[in-house]
Design a protein around this ligand. Structure first.
Ligand code: NI
Length: 136
């Protein structure tokens, strides 16, 4: 019997989507306003969902306080009020699209979870645009 426990979190961050080796014209065509050289910000909403068996002693899949602390340490402290392109090492050479941010967040949280737990990450870049990654 597998149950999913979810925690919602939030961070603000700036980014710019572009590829160094493309012309300005091509970057503008592909990335539009997201290629603004002076960066732009988003209010990111994150939902981290952990799936596993219920522990017979505690009744928990995961103590949600542990999940909360992992998200704080791995995501909020690392990304909140940062420029993702300039301040976050994972995006030095990786375009900080919602897709790539979700993958990085998944890797960082998964590394801190007990091995038998599955993780799905949903990242809202706007209230209407969101991506999901479950490590597959
Ligand atoms: Ni953007």
């Amino acid at each position: 019997m597998k149950v999913t426990v979810s925690r919602r979190a939030h961070f603000n961050a700036a980014h710019r989507l572009y590829k160094k080796d493309w012309s300005n014209e091509k970057n503008n065509t592909i990335f539009g306003k997201c290629n603004n050289p002076n960066y732009h910000g988003h209010n990111y909403e994150l939902i981290a969902s952990v799936t596993g068996e219920i522990d017979q002693e505690t009744g928990f899949v995961i103590d949600v306080k542990i999940l909360k602390d992992i998200i704080k340490n791995e995501v909020e402290d690392a990304f909140d009020h940062k420029n993702l392109n300039l301040d976050v090492s994972e995006f030095k050479s990786l375009n900080p699209t919602a897709e790539n941010i979700a993958v990085i967040i998944h890797q960082k949280i998964k590394a801190k979870l007990e091995g038998h737990l599955d993780l799905e990450v949903t990242l809202y870049e706007t209230s209407r645009n969101f991506v999901s990654y479950s490590g597959k």
